[in-house]
Design a binder for this molecule. Structure first.
Ligand code: DGY
Length: 318
């Protein structure tokens, strides 16, 4: 059961080896998916589709869920594990494009790219002025990356090109050699928040880090600093972010993901110092084809070749 019409020709390859149902309009709810999924051995899901206990309970024959995303917070991995269902995702192929988009947001927020564009489109530009859209110099500033997985590391790797110094935080420190290659250093979260001019989130969402940035942690951030989020919306309490921006404590935010996606907190929409994108971190043609190819390859490996794919996260036993 394939829940989206994905770019590329992977669907054709899957059709040569398996019987396929394509629901190109997607599936609205977990209840709807539960009613559909019985009898299928494989499911290709999107990050917008909740695949929880209810779906697994309804899908007795299910062997694999191939999620077309690197993040798997839409899937109840515990339920998959209990039922021996393999879950795969799409790591690596979207790392560079997502890191590029984080930097696009850093540049856009620092330099008024979007508000400047809006002024030109409204034909309101009436000549160069010394105090007009005066942004912030990236050179010499400090970037704090939270979550130094593949994408976090790719964001760190791009920093020297902009003359930006970096620190990162995650529970486990990277090997010293990797830190050296990236020109970065681990530091405790409170120190990172207090000293970074820009904080960029790259952690995968779990129960422990929901609202990682909340009223309290944002109050501990350096005054005037920027928040960038290309990871998952619920890492940030959006109401608290809107208040920290309104009060002037934070200097700006660049968001590609939202707490209640696809909705954005209405108070963020009215703020000038915020750049809002519609979850397009991996949205290049090349990457979307590669993501689709990962999913179709994993479905074929599992269902036609009878092997557990290398990208399996859970369900490799049982
Ligand atoms: C992912 O893969 O988790 C991204 O959010 C999709 O672009």
């Amino acid at each position: 059961l394939v829940l989206a019409d994905l770019p590329g020709d992977g669907l054709e390859r899957l059709r040569q080896r398996c019987e396929v149902t394509l629901r190109s309009a997607g599936v609205a709810s977990e209840a709807e998916l539960s009613a559909l999924v019985a009898g299928y051995h494989g499911l290709l899901s999107l990050l917008t589709q909740r695949v929880g206990e209810r779906v697994f309970a309804a899908a007795e024959d299910l062997e694999i869920v191939a999620n077309c995303a690197v993040g798997v917070d839409n899937i109840d991995l515990g339920a998959a594990e209990r039922r021996g269902v393999v879950v795969t995702h799409t790591p690596d192929v979207l790392t560079d494009d997502t890191a590029d988009l984080a930097w696009a947001l850093i540049l856009a927020v620092s330099r008024g790219v979007v508000s400047g564009d809006a002024i030109m489109r409204r034909q309101e530009y009436d000549g160069w002025q010394p105090r007009f859209i005066v942004g912030r110099s990236l050179t010499g500033s400090r970037l704090g990356v939270i979550g130094a997985g593949r994408i976090g590391r790719a964001v760190l790797a791009r920093a020297p090109a902009f003359g930006v110094e970096t620190r990162y935080y995650q529970r486990h420190r990277l090997p010293i050699d990797t830190e050296g290659e990236l020109g970065t250093e681990w530091c405790p979260l409170d120190e990172l928040l207090a000293t970074a001019d820009i904080v960029s989130l790259h952690a995968s969402l779990n129960d422990e880090n929901r609202y990682l940035l909340n009223a309290e942690t944002m109050a501990a951030m350096k005054p005037g600093s920027l928040v960038i989020n290309t990871a998952r919306g619920p890492l940030i309490d959006e109401a608290a972010l809107a208040e920290a921006l309104r009060s002037g404590h934070l200097g700006g935010a660049g968001l590609d993901v939202y707490e209640n996606e696809p909705r954005v907190h209405p108070r963020l929409v009215g703020l000038e110092n915020v750049v809002l994108l519609p979850h397009i971190g991996s949205a290049t043609w090349e990457t979307r084809v590669r993501m689709a190819d990962c999913c179709f390859a994993d479905l074929i490996t599992m269902l036609a070749d009878g092997r557990v794919p290398a990208r399996a996260l859970v369900g490799t036993v049982g």
